[in-house]
Design a protein around this ligand. Structure first.
Ligand code: MNH
Length: 512
C-alpha cells in the first residue's frame, strides 16, 4: 500500500471492496466532487483506498491550519503532481522541495510576479480582453463563459510569459499548440490515475505511445521559441522568458538551463490559465444569478470607470474594485479552482487528531471542504456571500483556513497576476455588458486539473453605464466600505503573513 501511514486507520466511506478498496464509489470523471459527497459524516480526516494507493484527506479547518505550519510541514507531491512531472519536469509547481532548480527559479522569477511587475502586464491583459469583447460585441446569441474565459487567460499567459500570440480570438480553429498541450496533459493525468491499478504499466505504455507526438510537438515549439530568443542579439527581458534567459541569480550568478526554462513556461501555461478562467467563471455564475449582487457590481464599476463603456481601468484603479475582489474571493472559497494540495511533515510528528505522521506520509488538504467548515464559516457556509470578506467580517477569522492559493513557501507565485487579471476583466465586462442568464441552468462542474463550470452560458447586451455612479467621488470604489490603510506593495509572495485581511489585491498579502 502506497502512503500507508504505518497502517493507521481512518474513517472511510461505506462499501469498501477487497481489492479495489473505495474505488467503485468514486466518479472517475469527477473524483473531487464524488470525494466531497462521500466525505459527509467522515469527520475532519478520513481515508480513501484506490486499489493500492491510500489517500488521507484533511477536510476540517483546524487540521488544515495545523498542516499550514511551515515549521512542521512542507509541500508534498501528490500522485497527480508526480504524473505532471513528465510534462513540466522540475518546473516551479512540480519540483521537489530540495531540488536546486526550485530555489533558483523561485528567486529569479519572484520579482516578475510582484504587484509592481503587474504594471508591465496590465496593457497586455487589457489588449487580450479587448479582443474578447470585439468577439462578444458581434455575438448574436449566448456565449460559453468558461470556454471564452479560458481562451482569454491562455492568451494573456502566453503573451506575458513568452510574447507569443496564439490568435485565440481571430482564428476559427485553435492554434494546434493548445489541443496538443491539453492532450499531453490529459495523458499524464490518466496515467496518474491508473498508477495504482492492476495492469497500469501496460496501459501507461499504450497511452505514452499515443501521446508521444503531442508531447514532441509542444516541446519542439517551445524549444524553438526559446532558442530563437537566445540567439537574438537584443537582450529583451520584458517577459518571463526574457527574465529567465538573461537574469543571473543575484548572489550565485546561476541561470536556468533551456530545458528547465521550457518546463517553467509549460508550468505557467498549465498553472496560470484554467485556474484563473475557472475563478472568473464561478464569479460570473454567482453574480449573474443574483440581481442584488449584480446591481452592486454595476454600481462599483460605474463609480470607478464612469459613463463611457469603452474606458479601460488604469493599473492604479484595479485594486479599487473591492466588491469585485470579494466576489472573486467568495467564488474561490466555494470552488477553489485548484482544489487540493498535499503536505508532509519535516519530521515524525503527532497531529492534533492523534495520528502519527512520518515524512514519507502525505495528506491531501481538500479545500472545498475546508472552506465550508461550519466552525469557521457558520451555518450559511454553503451560500455565496461576498460580504464575508468585508474587513470587519474577516477580522477574527482563524488564520490558515482560507487557502485557494495554497500555503507557505510553495504557495502560488501567480496570485497577484491572477487577481489583477481577473478583476480587470470582470470590471470591464460588467461595465460594458448587461448579463442575462438562463434560469434553468444548474451549476455543473467539470474536473481536469482544475474545477470549471461547464455548459454555463450568458447573454450579453451592450449597456450604458450609469452616469449617477460616476457623479460620486471619482475612484472611490465601494462607498459602504470605510477607507483603511493597507500595506504598500511588497515582493513577499510567501503567503506567510496573514495580517492584512481585507486589503485590496494591491497589497502584499492575501487574506488567509
Ligand atoms: Mn497558482 C502554485 C492556485 C493562478 C503559477 N497555485 C499554486 C498552488 C495553488 C495555486 C493552490 C499550490 C499548489 C501546491 O501546494 O501543490 N493559482 C492557483 C489559483 C489561481 C492560480 C486558484 C488562479 C485563480 N498560478 C496562477 C497563475 C500562475 C500560477 C496565473 C502563473 C502565471 N501557481 C503557479 C506556480 C505555482 C503555483 C508557478 C508553484 C509555486 C511554487 O511551488 O514555487
Amino acid at each position: 500500500m502506497r502512503n500507508d501511514w504505518g497502517g493507521q486507520k481512518f474513517p472511510h466511506p461505506a462499501g469498501r471492496k477487497p481489492i479495489a478498496g473505495d474505488a467503485l464509489g468514486a466518479d472517475p470523471l469527477k473524483p473531487l466532487q464524488s470525494t466531497l459527497r462521500r466525505s459527509v459524516g467522515l469527520g475532519p480526516i478520513f481515508e480513501l483506498k484506490i486499489f493500492d494507493q491510500k489517500f488521507v484527506v484533511v477536510a476540517g479547518a483546524e487540521l488544515a491550519a495545523e498542516l499550514a505550519d511551515e515549521s512542521r510541514f512542507e509541500k508534498a507531491l501528490s500522485p497527480a503532481l508526480v504524473a505532471l512531472r513528465e510534462f513540466a519536469g522540475a518546473g516551479l509547481f512540480t519540483a521537489y522541495n530540495d531540488e536546486t532548480d526550485w530555489a533558483l527559479a523561485h528567486d529569479l522569477l519572484r520579482p516578475a510576479f510582484t504587484r509592481d511587475a503587474m504594471r508591465s502586464y496590465h496593457p497586455i491583459m487589457l489588449a487580450a480582453a479587448r479582443e474578447l469583447f470585439d468577439q462578444w460585441d458581434a455575438a448574436t446569441g449566448p456565449v460559453d463563459v468558461s470556454a471564452d474565459m479560458t481562451k482569454l487567460t491562455m492568451e494573456t499567459i502566453s503573451r506575458t510569459s513568452f510574447s507569443t500570440d496564439f490568435g485565440s480570438f481571430t482564428r476559427d480553429e485553435p492554434h494546434p499548440f493548445i489541443p496538443a498541450m491539453i492532450a499531453a496533459l490529459r495523458a499524464g493525468q490518466r496515467k496518474g490515475t491508473l498508477n495504482s491499478m492492476p495492469g497500469a504499466a501496460v496501459m501507461a505504455k499504450r497511452i505514452d505511445k499515443r501521446n508521444a507526438h503531442h508531447l514532441a510537438y509542444v516541446d519542439n515549439l517551445l524549444d524553438e521559441i526559446i532558442s530563437a530568443r537566445r540567439a537574438s542579439p537584443d537582450v529583451d527581458d520584458h517577459d518571463l522568458l526574457g527574465i529567465m534567459l538573461h537574469t543571473p541569480h543575484p548572489e550565485t550568478g546561476e541561470r536556468l538551463d533551456d530545458v528547465n526554462i521550457r518546463h517553467q513556461i509549460l508550468t505557467f501555461l498549465v498553472a496560470g490559465h484554467e485556474t484563473t478562467s475557472g475563478a472568473l467563471s464561478f464569479a460570473l455564475y454567482y453574480l449573474s444569478r443574483d440581481p442584488a449582487l449584480l446591481a452592486r457590481a454595476h454600481e462599483e464599476v460605474d463609480t470607478i470607470l464612469g459613463p463611457d463603456r469603452d474606458v479601460e481601468p488604469t493599473f492604479e484603479q484595479v485594486p479599487k474594485f473591492r466588491f469585485l475582489r470579494r466576489v472573486l474571493d467568495e467564488g474561490l472559497r466555494l470552488w477553489p479552482t485548484a482544489p487540493a494540495y498535499a503536505r508532509s511533515p519535516r519530521e515524525v510528528t503527532t497531529l492534533s487528531s492523534g495520528h502519527v505522521m512520518r515524512p514519507q506520509d502525505w495528506a491531501l488538504v481538500l479545500l472545498p471542504a475546508v472552506h465550508r467548515d461550519r466552525t469557521v464559516w457558520g451555518d450559511t457556509a454553503d451560500e455565496f456571500d461576498p460580504d464575508r470578506f468585508l474587513p470587519e467580517n474577516s477580522r477574527g477569522r482563524p488564520t490558515h483556513t482560507y487557502k485557494p492559493f495554497g500555503t507557505g513557501e510553495r504557495s502560488c507565485i501567480g496570485r497577484q497576476f491572477a487577481l489583477h487579471e481577473a478583476i480587470l476583466v470582470l470590471a470591464r465586462m460588467l461595465h460594458r455588458y448587461e448579463l442575462t442568464h438562463d434560469p434553468s441552468y444548474e451549476l455543473s462542474i467539470t474536473e481536469r486539473l482544475t474545477l470549471m463550470p461547464e455548459g454555463f452560458e450568458l447573454g450579453l447586451r451592450l449597456r450604458t453605464p450609469s452616469a449617477g455612479g460616476a457623479a460620486s467621488a471619482p475612484g472611490a470604489g465601494d462607498q459602504s466600505e470605510p477607507s483603511r490603510t493597507c500595506p504598500a506593495s511588497s515582493s513577499d509572495q510567501s503567503g506567510l503573513n496573514a495580517t492584512s485581511q481585507g486589503c485590496p489585491s494591491g497589497s502584499a498579502t492575501y487574506p488567509e
